[in-house]
Design a protein around this ligand. Structure first.
Ligand code: GRG
Length: 299
């Protein structure tokens, strides 16, 4: 496996590629200014870019050209950014800080923040379809990728998970319900990021099986880590308040099964994710290290 410093160098390089592509796609919007400023405030130059990096790194295993994958990776980050803007609204989590700065509605007001989220979601589909046409990406591959994203973001994915999460506040729920919330609210888009990389590549059924398992495991692990960081994290590194889950009486892995058991499950999920990369040898080194990075991240 590559040395840790090599991994972090590659991670930074990939983040810069994604940042540049986001700058490119989101500089073309200029009117209405308030809307465009609000969209750019949340998407440009911020965030870890975990999901687009997963899409690029999955496709990389199959030597798929980056220019085919990048518009889809950017679209996924735009969708992720919309969920964060909406999640921070007073009607939802009512948060004041995100990505180390005041939340979108604190700067632009609630109406523009809602609409910036709506526009990021809609423009994501415009970027994917337009680039499919421009870059002559095989329609079937693109359609399967877009279908995957729409499936994982709607009722049976992110939005469904968010609704069950909201309805579960101040209630005692069981672990099955909490797993549903985590795998849908958070895991679904992470899994979609990987599957989009597969749909755009020459991947076999076995590849889908292996990498879907990898994606499911890191998706759940990511949210468990988020629950842990809400207790053990540091505001400066996280860029948002800690202790929010407890103050809002939210169901989390630590609140249901304790911190120690949550950490064990996090480790098991990470190990299983990495096990499923065996067939890809050296080519999956980045994804292997990425799973380890996600389970030990501080932001
Ligand atoms: C509003 C439909 C709708 C859904 C909201 C994503 C989400 C569902 C809520 C966000 C709440 C939250 C903080 C969940 C924890 C997991 C998560 C998505 C964390 C933020 O993702 P990161 O760490 O953020 O990748 P950056 O800023 O690095 O992109």
């Amino acid at each position: 496996m590559k040395r840790n410093s090599d991994f972090f160098k590659e991670l930074e390089e990939k983040k810069i590629l994604v940042d540049n592509a986001i700058n490119y796609y989101f500089s073309k919007y200029s009117f209405p200014k308030e809307l465009c400023d609000s969209m750019r405030y949340s998407i440009v130059d911020s965030g870890k870019r975990i999901r687009p990096i997963l899409t690029l790194s999955t496709a990389e295993i199959f030597d798929t050209p980056i220019d085919i994958v990048m518009p889809f990776a950017v679209a996924i980050e735009a969708i992720h950014t919309y969920t964060l803007i909406h999640d921070d609204l007073p009607a939802m989590d009512n948060d004041d800080f995100r990505r180390g700065k005041p939340t979108n509605h604190k700067v632009f007001g609630e109406a523009i923040a809602i609409l910036a989220g709506d526009a990021l979601l809609t423009e994501a589909f415009n970027i994917m379809t337009e680039e499919t046409i421009n870059k002559k990406i095989t329609f079937k591959k693109a359609l399967l990728a877009i279908n995957e994203i729409s499936k994982r973001c709607g009722v049976n994915g992110v939005v469904g998970g968010q609704v069950v999460d909201i309805l579960s506040e101040n209630k005692k729920i069981d672990l099955t319900t909490l797993e549903y919330i985590h795998t849908h609210k958070t895991g679904a888009l992470i899994l979609a990021s990987i599957k989009v990389g597969l749909y755009l590549s020459k991947a076999t059924k076995r590849d889908f099986k292996n990498l879907t398992k990898y994606g499911e495991c890191i998706g759940l692990a990511f949210q468990i880590m988020d629950d842990i960081l809400d207790i053990e994290g540091d505001f400066k590194k996280l860029g948002k308040k800690t202790g929010a889950d407890i103050s809002k009486n939210k169901n989390t892995y630590p609140s249901l099964i304790g911190l120690a058991r949550s950490k064990e499950i996090l480790k098991d999920l990470t190990d299983t994710a990495i096990d499923n990369l065996k067939p890809y040898g050296e080519k999956a080194n980045f994804l292997r290290n990425f799973a380890l990075y996600l389970s030990s991240r501080q932001n």
